[in-house]
Ligand binder design. Structure first.
Ligand code: ADP
Length: 533
């Protein structure tokens, strides 16, 4: 390039000879040489364009710019910068840059650019006009910086903060709803056994209330799961077995048009998770796959052992060993525009009445609470793939105890601790209806007093979360210490990290509990050996 405004051959790529600096104020030429050498060697990508030429072509780029863009100098010089743009570059930002150039103004923007190999990167672009002595516009100077990592970190943080805030709100609401539903469902169960066969209107009404309340309870569970406030009962298990055992339910739920293919790893590691919630998560993902494929297509369920920090693993997965469960469908894949909202509660693209938008948020919360992660992506050939990473757990899987079938009480005394008056009233009525004799107290300290006075209790049934004073778990620990033979049953609909770990040493029934669950648990505990599940 021979241009009298510019006395170096910018396109040659050679370093200019080191300027001779003889005096403390270098002459203008030496000054320019030093400056030019610095621009060529700096790690900051830089270009210069010539607005006097048609289409404002690049007339200089440094080596850092070549590295950032993946193009060689010869492919860059002479072209307008737009070769860095692509279909996902924001048009409004491009317009901003154009306007700044037209108005001879400087501008700083973050713009999505494309490398030569087609991959994208976030570019912090600063463009500024360079004027000559008499105010003529000589060049445009553009400095750039690949800020993809920062952008990704910002987006991940933003997403995490959003999920945290929404989680707090949903967790609080769901906790209160759970108690209300517990009251409704408890009385529905009691009414059901008392309504005359021929009173059809009353029977239908009670059935309808039960169905609606049950649906409410399911939604509440999903909200609690999203908020990571669900009481999880982890068990050491193998996902291959869990999925195989669950397959009949899956097939019934996803319909005939969907073909299921299994690709299980033979030597799959074990993990410690709540099997009921894991099945629920899988069912949610499979139902979505069915809907995405309009009920007709193929789903591949695959399991594999993976290591956290290896190539191809999600960047937010901590190092360590994981069992990965993937569900891949051949539907249309995940729309780019909705990808970052997929796991939000109440986000659904399904028509009103079809989607609640809680399926994937349940999966998200459950995976986080289980120490793992869920990711969603569109496959190169179009379908969607959900991957669930469960931390590996060591140990030997023990067979589960068979449930006993006789479930009614024989007048045994139960000490019930519950601070919510309505839940207490309902629980007491339900237990009495089952044939137990119940003494209710509203606090842990009252329970301890009573246990000191009376020795005829056959079971302690206590809520975990109680305001002020001692929690149900602390009570259970004290009781186990002082009265090791007394069986203990905890109940809660809400999980609290601090209480969770300690509560695992006891049997638990989740709120809202149904008559049959409670009946079975209590009978098992009173009849069988006390202890850990
Ligand atoms: P819902 O199923 O009630 O809509 P979800 O939270 O389960 O709620 O899913 C949220 C949204 O995620 C769906 O409405 C859909 O737009 C998208 N989605 C989920 N699974 C898939 C899939 N396999 N393929 C394409 N889009 C999906």
């Amino acid at each position: 390039m021979n241009d009298d405004r510019y006395d170096q051959d910018a396109t040659s790529g050679d370093m200019p000879p080191a300027p001779l600096i003889e005096d403390s104020t270098p002459p203008a030429k030496a000054h320019a040489d030093i400056f030019f050498a610095a621009v060529k060697t700096t790690r900051m990508p830089m270009i210069v364009t010539d607005p006097a030429r048609e289409d404002n072509p690049i007339i200089f780029c440094n080596a850092a710019f070549e590295r950032m863009s993946g193009y060689q100098q010869a492919e860059i010089v002479g072209r307008n910068c737009r070769f860095l743009q692509g279909p996902e570059t924001d048009k409004a930002v491009i317009d901003q840059v154009r306007q700044a150039v037209a108005r001879r103004e400087e501008l700083a923007v973050d713009i999505l650019n494309y490398r030569k190999n087609g991959s994208t990167f976030w570019n912090a672009l600063f463009v500024s006009p360079v004027f000559g002595k008499n105010g003529d516009l000589l060049y445009y100077f553009g400095s750039q910086l690949d800020i993809s990592r920062r952008k990704e970190a910002e987006e991940a943080l933003h997403q995490a903060q959003k999920m945290e805030a929404v989680g707090k709100l949903t967790g609080g609401i769901a906790h209160d709803f759970n108690n209300l539903l517990q009251v409704i469902l408890g009385y529905v169960d009691m009414l059901e056994s008392r309504i005359d066969e021929d009173n059809r209107i009353a029977r239908r009404a009670v059935d309808a209330i039960g169905t609606a309340a049950n649906r409410g309870a399911q939604l509440t569970q999903q909200l609690l799961a999203f908020a990571r406030k669900q009481e999880l009962r982890d068990r050491l298990l193998n996902l291959n077995t869990l999925i195989s055992d669950f397959e009949a339910v899956v097939e019934r739920n996803i319909g005939d048009g969907v073909r299921l293919r299994r690709e299980f790893s033979d030597d799959l590691w074990n993990c410690r998770i709540d099997p009921v919630q894991a099945e629920m998560a899988l069912l949610n993902i499979l139902s979505n796959a069915r809907d995405a494929m309009d009920g007709d297509g193929e789903v591949v369920i695959a399991t594999q052992n993976v290591v956290g920090n290896e190539d191809g693993m999600p960047s937010d997965l901590s190092s360590g060993e994981y069992v990965r469960l993937t569900v891949t469908d051949n539907g249309p894949g995940i729309d780019e525009a909705v990808a970052d909202k997929l796991f939000d509660p109440f986000f659904s693209t399904k028509e009103v009445g079809k989607g609640t938008g809680l399926g994937l948020s349940m999966v998200y919360g459950f995976m986080r609470q289980s120490g793992g992660l869920v990711t969603a992506e569109t496959m190169p050939d179009g379908g969607a793939r959900f991957a669930l990473y469960f931390p590996r757990a060591r140990g030997i899987i023990e067979p589960t105890r068979e449930a006993q079938d006789h479930t009614v009480g024989g007048g045994e005394h139960i000490l019930m601790v519950e601070d919510q008056p309505q839940v207490a009233e309902m629980g007491q009525a339900l237990l009495e209806d089952l044939g137990y004799s119940v003494v209710h107290v509203a606090s842990a300290s009252r329970a301890l007093d009573l246990l000191r006075d009376r020795s005829d209790f056959k079971l302690l049934f206590t809520d975990i979360v109680m305001p002020g004073g001692m929690s149900g778990v602390a009570l259970a620990q004290m009781v186990r210490e002082e009265y090791p033979k007394l069986p203990i049953l905890l109940t809660t609909g809400y999980s609290d990290r601090a209480l969770d770990e300690d509560s695992r040493a006891f049997e638990l029934v989740r709120k809202p509990y149904r008559r049959a669950d409670l009946a079975q648990k209590i009978r098992q505990l009173i009849d069988g050996p006390t202890g850990v599940s």
